[in-house]
Design a binder for this molecule. Structure first.
Ligand SMILES: [Mg+2]
Length: 181
């Protein structure tokens, strides 16, 4: 079904709800991150304290990180200055090109790379088009109020509804299974 293309595997309340343990359990070795509204609001030039801690937790667990952003090089370079991760600006997501480049830079594959972002029609779709199996969605930290963004959010609604239905079904199955064991 076409909807599957847009459906994230998992939604989290914020980026740091995704733990290195979960990624390890899934066999993930590389994590591609959107920056704006996923890790930091637009107006914050540098990663915050929590983001830095979280990056270090990921590194300690052997998870590689790369940034794939649609924003300008200036923003992305500065954000990444003290981190030195592979980083790609003006990525043109939902095109998968820079997602594939990021995997090459991390030395990971479609199977052991995950992506996290705040937009279904750019981030999640880019990951799918690049062939990634694992995608994670977070709500935008601080959403823009322009009509284009608002329109995109409206279009995301049926997909988020489908996600919640699927998640509820999976939970039910899991509970039944646990009950049976
Ligand atoms: Mg974003």
């Amino acid at each position: 079904m076409i909807l599957e293309y847009f459906l994230p595997d998992r939604c989290f309340r914020s980026f740091d709800k995704l733990t290195p343990e979960r990624l390890q359990r899934l066999g993930i070795r590389g994590l591609i991150l959107d920056i704006d509204n996923t890790i930091a609001p637009y107006e914050e030039a540098m990663p915050g304290k929590r983001a830095l801690e979280w990056f270090h937790e990921m590194e300690a667990a052997g998870i590689r990180i790369a940034f794939v952003s649609n924003n300008e090089a200036e923003r992305v370079d500065l954000f990444n200055r003290d981190l030195g991760y592979p980083h790609f600006s003006k990525s043109g997501k939902p095109l998968g090109k820079n997602v594939r480049r990021a995997m090459r830079a991390m030395g990971t594959t479609r199977k052991n790379t995950a992506l996290m972002g705040d937009q279904i029609f750019t981030d999640i779709l880019a990951a799918r088009l690049a062939g990634l199996k694992r995608t994670f969605l977070v709500p935008p930290i601080k959403d823009k109020t322009d009509w284009l963004t608002q329109g995109k959010r409206l279009l995301e609604k049926p997909i988020l509804y489908a996600y919640r239905k699927k998640a509820a079904l999976l939970n039910l199955k899991r509970r039944r299974k646990n009950h049976a064991e």
